[in-house]
Design a protein around this ligand. Sequence first.
Ligand code: UGA
Length: 437
Amino acid sequence: MRISVIGCGYLGAVHAACMAKLGHEVVGIDVDENKIRALSEARAPFFEPALDDLLKEVQATGRLSFTSDMAAAHGSAVHFICVGTPQKKGENAADLSYVDAATFALLPHLEAGDVVVGKSTVPVGTATRLAALIQGAEPGTHLMWNPEFLREGHAVSDTLRPDRLVYGVTGGSEEHEAVQTLDAVYATQLDSGTPRLVTDLPTAELVKTAANSFLATKISFINAMAELCDAAGADVTLLADAIGMDERIGRKFLNAGIGFGGGCLPKDIRAFMARAGELGADQALTFLREVDAINMRRRTRVVELTREICGGSLLGQRITVLGAAFKPESDDVRDSPALSIAAQLQLQGAVVTVTDPEALQNAALRFPELHYEKSTDAALNRADALLLLTEWREYQCLDPYETATRVSRTKILDGRNVLDATKWRAAGWMYRGLGRP
Ligand code: UGA
């Protein structure tokens, strides 16, 4: 099939490459010329494992192209909308200006029979509004909502082998003709047994925000338990292992630490609360305010713990922060808890050096006042305290004996509870985890 993908960020670039891998003829469209140039040269404009290789592979087939010209969408049977929906400045609600602009720009290029498929995370009700808009412009078209559940760092495999496919369609009927069109797009996944659920438009939109809210709640739950473990002298990692063995609970997303960040979970729970308020159902989601508050307290807690391990004052203390990205295998620093903690420490008088294998360029754009060091060895040099804040494999594998020879003082705060405390203590380190004795 001929497919257009509008918006070539973390979601769209991966989606375009994966659709071409599945055998479709794909054009990726974005207003950002720099992104288009990089993608046209088969270079991912951000770090995502496996994406560069996939771009090279599919571009060699001639099935994938990129352009900034929306007219290229003309002639595609399916148009995926993959633009961002960031948090509005000064408000909790989602900023829909990119979704609206992309849809308006697409209207003149639609033909009867085309299917427009929204993948962006939007407040419930958006799809119904956009469906009326595109049908007003071209009555023979259809709008579907097909939320995306990919994780950064695993985006290619999550897109090629999703857990499930959710199709939102007006009326929610399996018999809707657009359902067959999307089935043809995802034929490979459906043939390999991926479950598919057909819903009405609002349910499909809510599936996405509900899933992210559940994940955020799970993380904040275990972080609340970490607070209690700290108060009671218990170990949250063992507690998570034990409750996670109950299949109804499950161990995934029960890693206590500095909390969640990134371009999705934090803004999605806030936009969800804002939308619930507009719908007069704000009470249903007041618990998400607590989820957000628990998450934000993690950052303050780490700053306080760092002050404590530095002997009561941060002034002039040389702190090395291992990790700037919001999670490993990503160069994304949007609402990164690691970077937020680094900036707070610096503001409170510490001399902070930040290192990260992939995210330093993005980090420097966001917090130019921090000192960045590409080499881990150089970053460790003469540190008074180490903070492991993003659990990249290379930091998890640090040798405590070797590391001890580089720093000024052997103090480490493990913000992700990933190090072997016994091993580090045996090597003479003062080790502190979060929610661990
Ligand atoms: C999240 C969802 O997991 C995806 O399913 C969804 O498609 C995506 O948002 C989106 O809406 O686009 P992502 O933002 O890539 O994916 O990151 P996650 O893997 O969910 O991690 C989010 C944050 O939670 C990270 O900062 C991570 O370090 C933190 N986290 C995760 C924990 O603190 N503890 C855990 O146990 C798990």
